[in-house]
Design a protein around this ligand. Sequence first.
Ligand code: DAH
Length: 346
Amino acid sequence: MSDEGAALAALVAAGLARLEAVSTLEELAAAEAAVLGKRSELASHQQALGRLPPEQRREAGRQVNQARQALQATADKARDRVRVAERARRLQAERLDLTEVTPGPHRGRLNLVGQTRDELEDVFVGMGYSVAEGPEVETDWHNFEALNMPVAHPARSGHDTLYLDWGPPESTLLRTQTSPVQIRVMQGTPPPIYSVMPGKVYRKDTPDARHTPSFSQIEGLVVDRGITFGDLAGTIRSFTAAYFGPSIQSRLRPAYFPFTEPSAEFEITCTICQGGGCRTCSGTGWIELGGCGMVHPKVLANVGIDAEEWSGFAFGFGIDRCAQMRHGLSDMRVLLDNDIRFISQF
Ligand code: DAH
């Protein structure tokens, strides 16, 4: 082999090795320029052809062409190989497994108040009640008037009502209680009625350990023939045992609500101290959960139900307070704080 031929063979061997070693498209571009480009050794061999005597030029030209083809073919193969590898790398990096189950707080679910609401509904559905809902924006008539709280009734002042700028002044409001849903249920369904009505209520309150300006209540309403206060007391007791467990007692204390007569407040054993007395229950061992009573005949009259034929009881209590008692929370504000360390426990 001529010196020229040997030099060309060495150049091809080095060029092939360099092209085969690349692993990215950038490395390939650099290797191609060095091995096959205008300033490559191969290009100088090609330019030297013109200076050869014609009888040698033909054979030398064939060898240079062969060398170029071999190098170009290897560069093309390297391009295919690198593209496939880069695509695989990118797919791996961008991999998103939508079926993957990740444990912990990353999956969306109901917060503690929503879970408590569902559990309370379940208890009453198990006792044969149906679940009803009403609007959070209410008329003054549904929220107060129909419930025997006419304008200027002193009980209204305890509600710190948020009125909306809609219709005549103070005719539309954010409901302050779920009791207006009783009115809507009685207007929409003839007795017998066994219903619970959960939902959010609003009051102009400053948040503290026991108050938040928006909270959830669950209302209960029974209207049937021959319903007595004994049925009400038994229902409260069954509910308390079913939801809080048999070690938690309930008791009724006389109270006043305009829409029930007689009325009572119901209390349960404080679950934080198990009745021993603590700061949350102000040392009494009891926590007030809500109000209840026999539906006032005027309320029945307001919705066109004959109080001679039908009687009923109603109750209403805080869902947040139930969550607090069930899980031993000493401050209600954790329910609204969205602190992941709290949320992830439920
Ligand atoms: N609506 C009352 C409140 O928010 C709670 C209540 C008391 C509801 C007595 C009732 C009831 O149904 O009979 O303070």
